[in-house]
Structures are given as structure tokens and as C-alpha cells.
Design a protein around this ligand. Structure first.
Ligand SMILES: Cc1cc2nc3c(=O)[nH]c(=O)nc-3n(C[C@H](O)[C@H](O)[C@H](O)COP(=O)(O)OP(=O)(O)OC[C@H]3O[C@@H](n4cnc5c(N)ncnc54)[C@H](O)[C@@H]3O)c2cc1C
Length: 508
């Protein structure tokens, strides 16, 4: 039985007392500076505002195992946190329950032959790249320095399965991050610590690659390394009057990704001081200034261009600085076949809906657009990747909303505008038969159901594997939020959802 609302505090208190007795140095109690510091280590403000009964900071898998057994014993709700870049309240934080903060499981061990690296989930990608770069190596990881290894690789649960995920600068060359995980060390619901790879537990290994936090707490990832020889990247800023040229150049780049997979473009339409601009991120996985892949974009007159040869460790810092922490944010995602009409429609609709909230203080109304070629999945598979095989047979474009604003009181209006833009575009994409049924959970909003976008076969497999490794449904019942196998919202999210629905008539 799930704990009742009035039970939660008592249960949490008992669990915190027990954790604190067994692990006094690793259990942070309310009212202490250490607790407040750990509580603040989230990207978005709404997660920082959560108030766990206590925070547990394990240093290894046995610590995690012991904590999980205590939480089970007291029927205590919990959250699992790595880098804290989950986008919504409760994704990796919790009110009144226990936060398992993996920040100190932060080992980085390069193998002797340099072909693999074992990383703890508590690392941010900055640390991983800095450790590998001196050896002329890197890994398929996040593009903002502060993003956590754990959530990025697991997607907070159900992000990928028959369509993989974990998008890196190197994705066009080597596939998605999931394609490059050799094995997981995972603590299961019964407290056992298991190494899951293709040979030892193929079903668990497969299922973890798309249902991470629904099956256990991952305490280590073994990743393939890849050669690193420097990078080129930055932004080219265009005025809205260049929209047609920018979108055409982007589609042309996408059609030709296969010719030069070292190039990666992130197209973004965004506002700066209430004015619309195009901020086009151009990245190249080598020290090459003038890659032909960017020729069309570079031919369009720009207001500013700061792209240059630089190290990946610098690029990811400037990326992180575009996404400041401690403010209000949301993400929302949609995938379609590459299609000029839908690209234009999404951009126009985004601008229309976000114009309703343009005056909101601190508003940066950013929509990011990324193109994935069929070559991405071929490359991943060639590296022994996607365990279940992939159903990405055709290229697709992923649109993701990533607006930021200053105050919580504006949140319902902003969420309504974002949802309206995406629902309208989804309907148009359906009408034009170009909707791709894939919600990438690392970019999905709490109101979307990434698991529901998997194939029936994939869902049945994950459910069966979850029943085998977590027969009591601990990760469904007690894990506070994050995407679940059932697609249900946590109670905190459900409350927020009610508020949001009240405002939907504004724009829809
Ligand atoms: C600024 C910014 C930049 C981003 N850039 C990219 C990008 O380039 N490419 C991309 O694909 N995505 C990107 N994302 C999305 C990002 O990958 C997800 O938000 C990811 O979940 C963040 O991971 P985290 O560890 O920091 O987050 P957390 O909030 O700590 O965790 C996210 C989720 O994963 C679960 N989880 C974390 N660790 C574990 C574990 N060890 N075991 C079990 N469950 C776990 C948590 O419970 C939670 O549900 C970006 C997000 C932001 C905010």
C-alpha cells in the first residue's frame, strides 16, 4: 500500500532517525547549514524549494543499499538526485520524504587501455571531460557543464527505449549516450548490488536503457571513451527577417548530416529583451573553423557570431551560462519528420503563444530545434549499442521548449502558453501525417508521458523486467516523482496540474 498523506511525515521522521543513527555523517537534517547547502544544489528554483525530511549522501553502493532497505522498512517516500538538472518540482527532490543525493558517488576511473571509463552518477559532465581531455579522450555526455551524469544517462527513467537518448555534440558520429554504456552497477529494490551488462543480466541491461530509475539506483556507469582532438563552436545570431533563410539552411544541414557527422547544429528561436532573435549553435567535433556543413548558415548575414575553435570544456561552460540556475523554467518536447511546413508552423505558433507572456519579468522564450539523421542510430548500433534494436528508421526533428522567467506567480500562464504552442503544432503535425510518436524524456514536461510514446512491445518488456527486479513496486510506490511506468503524476505535480489547467483557456 502507498503511504497515506498523514503517514508520510511520521514515516519519514522514523526513516531519517534510523539513517541518522546508522550514518550520522551522511544524513543531513533540517535546520543545519549542510542540509540547506545540499538542498540548494538544483538547477531550477522549483526543485530548490522542495523540503525533504532529511537528505542522505551515500559514498558508495553499499550505502545506497542500506538506505534503500531503511526507506522500505519505514515505507518512506524518496527522491534520487544526481546533478539536480531535473526540470520540475519533485523530479529529483521531495517534500517531507528523503532525498538520496548521489553527489559523493563521484569516481572517475579510466581503464588502463583508455577504452572505457567508470563514472559515478554524482559527477557533472564538466568533471568527466576534464578528467579525460588530457588523455586525448572524451565521452558521449551532456553539452552544458553542470548537467549530471546520472539523470542525463538515465533520463530520469523512461526516456528512451526503441529510440535511444542522451544527446551529445558527438551524437552524429557515435550515436546517443545510451549506445555507449557498457554496463551499470545498480542497487535493486531488495538492496542487492548488481552489475548489469549484456552478458550477465541482459534483460536488466536492456531495460535500464530506457527505464532507469524505475528499476533501481545506478551507482556506476562504464562508458566507452572516444578520441578527442579539440572542438569548434559558438552562436551565430540572426534577426527575425532572416527566418526563411535560417530555416532553409537548417533543413539543408539536416539533409546532409551524413556527409559530415562531426557537425552539430542547434537552432534556437528566442527572445532577448522582448525582441525575437535566432540563436544558432554551430558545433564541430574537431578544430575546424570552416566546416562545409555550416556554409549556408554562415552565408546569412548575422548580427553576431562568437563561434571559434575552443576546448569542449570551454564550450560546455558557455552553454551552461545560457541556462542560469535558481530561476523558473520548464521543458516540453515534440518530434516530427523533417518538414518545412511544420518547422515554420512550430516557429510561428511558438512566437504567437509566447507573445502572450512576453512581458513576464525575466522571460527568455527559447525553443530549441535539433535534427537527427538515420545515421545516428546506425552508428550507435555499430558500436554494439541499443540493446533492443532501434525503430528509428527515418530522420526526425526534435523541438524542445526551454523558456526561463523570474517569478513563480507567472508560472501557470507561461506553462499554458508553452502547452498551447506544442498542442497546436502537434495537431498540425498529425494532420500532415508527420508526427513522430517519440517523447524524449530528458526534454519532456511533467505533463507528458514519455513511456506512453514507446512501442507496445517495449512497454511490455520494461513492465515485465520491473516486475522481476522490483516485484513489490518500490520504485513505483515510494519514488516521489520522475516519469513512472504507469505514466502517473506525483501528487505534487498533480496539484500544480490543477492550477495550470485553470489557466489553459487563456490561449487554447
Ligand atoms: C541546462 C541543461 C542542459 C541540458 N543539456 C542536455 C543535453 O545536451 N543533452 C541531453 O540529452 N539532455 C540535456 N539536458 C536534459 C538533462 O539530460 C536532464 O535534465 C537530466 O535528467 C539531468 O540529469 P541530472 O543528473 O542533472 O538531474 P537529476 O535531477 O539529478 O536527475 C534527473 C532524474 O534522473 C533520476 N536519476 C538521477 N540519477 C539517478 C541514478 N543514479 N539512478 C536512478 N535514477 C537517477 C532522478 O531521480 C531524476 O528523476 C539538459 C538539461 C538542462 C537543464
Amino acid at each position: 500500500m502507498p503511504p497515506q498523506a498523514n503517514e508520510v511525515s511520521q514515516n519519514s521522521q522514523a526513516a531519517c532517525d534510523c539513517l541518522s543513527t546508522s550514518f550520522p555523517d551522511k544524513t543531513l537534517l533540517r535546520g543545519t547549514p549542510a542540509y540547506e547547502l545540499a538542498r540548494s544544489q538544483y538547477w531550477t528554483r522549483v526543485q530548490q524549494e522542495a523540503s525533504p525530511a532529511c537528505i542522505f549522501q551515500p559514498v558508495d553502493a553499499p550505502d545506497v543499499s542500506a538506505a534503500l532497505l531503511i526507506l522500505k522498512q519505514f515505507n518512506c517516500p524518496f527522491a534520487i538526485k544526481s546533478g539536480g538538472h531535473g526540470k520540475f518540482h519533485g523530479e529529483s527532490s521531495i517534500d517531507n520524504g528523503v532525498t538520496i543525493d548521489l553527489a559523493y558517488i563521484n569516481h572517475i576511473n579510466l581503464s588502463e587501455d583508455g577504452r572505457t571509463v567508470v563514472v559515478g552518477p554524482g559527477n557533472r559532465w564538466r568533471e568527466v571531460y576534464m578528467a579525460l581531455q588530457p588523455f586525448g579522450l572524451t565521452a558521449i555526455g551532456g553539452r552544458a557543464s553542470t548537467v549530471g551524469v546520472g539523470g542525463f544517462l538515465l533520463g530520469g527513467t523512461l526516456r528512451i527505449f526503441d529510440k535511444d537518448g542522451g544527446i551529445s555534440f558527438f551524437t552524429n558520429i557515435y550515436g546517443f549516450a545510451m549506445d555507449n554504456i557498457r554496463s551499470f552497477e545498480v542497487v535493486l529494490a531488495d538492496g542487492s548490488v548488481v552489475n548489469a551488462d549484456k552478458q550477465t543480466s541482459p534483460d536488466l541491461y536492456k531495460a535500464l536503457r530506457g527505464s532507469g530509475a524505475n528499476l533501481g539506483i545506478v551507482t556506476s556507469f562504464t562508458l566507452d571513451t572516444i578520441p578527442y582532438t579539440g572542438m569548434y563552436g559558438g552562436h551565430r545570431i540572426f534577426e527575425p527577417r532572416q527566418s526563411e533563410a535560417v530555416m532553409s539552411a537548417f533543413l539543408k544541414y539536416g539533409d546532409n548530416i551524413q556527409k559530415d557527422p562531426k557537425a552539430f547544429v542547434i537552432l534556437a528561436i528566442t527572445t532577448e529583451e522582448e525582441k525575437w532573435i535566432w540563436a544558432t549553435g554551430m558545433y564541430y567535433c574537431d578544430k575546424l573553423m570552416d566546416a562545409p556543413a555550416f556554409r549556408d548558415l554562415k552565408a546569412i548575414p548575422a548580427v553576431l557570431d562568437d563561434s571559434q575553435v575552443q576546448e569542449q570544456t570551454d564550450l560546455i561552460e558557455s552553454m551552461a551560462s545560457s541556462y542560469p540556475c535558481s530561476i523558473q523554467n520548464t521543458f516540453w518536447v515534440l518530434s516530427t519528420k523533417p518538414n518545412a511546413h511544420i518547422l515554420r508552423y512550430m516557429v510561428k505558433t511558438w512566437a504567437e503563444e509566447m507573445n502572450h507572456v512576453r512581458e513576464v519579468e525575466g522571460m527568455k522564450a527559447q525553443l530549441a530545434i535539433q535534427y537527427f539523421s538515420d545515421g545516428v542510430i546506425m552508428r550507435g548500433t555499430r558500436r554494439g549499442g541499443n540493446a533492443l534494436g532501434s525503430s528509428i528508421e527515418e530522420p526526425f526533428i526534435m523541438y524542445n521548449a526551454e523558456p526561463q522567467w523570474a517569478h513563480a506567480e507567472d508560472t501557470p500562464r507561461v506553462l499554458a502558453a508553452v502547452e498551447a504552442a506544442f498542442r497546436r503544432t502537434e495537431a498540425e503535425a498529425k494532420r500532415c501525417a508527420v508526427l513522430v510518436d517519440y517523447l524524449y524524456s530528458n526534454y519532456a514536461s511533467q505533463y507528458q508521458d514519455p513511456f506512453g510514446s514507446y512501442s507496445q512491445q517495449a512497454r511490455v518488456f520494461i513492465k515485465r523486467t520491473a516486475d522481476k527486479y522490483d516485484p513489490d513496486g518500490v520504485f513505483q510506490r515510494l519514488r516521489g516523482a520522475g516519469f513512472k511506468l504507469t505514466g502517473t503524476l506525483s501528487s505534487a505535480t498533480a496539484k500544480e496540474e490543477l492550477e495550470r489547467r485553470k489557466t489553459l483557456h487563456l490561449n487554447l
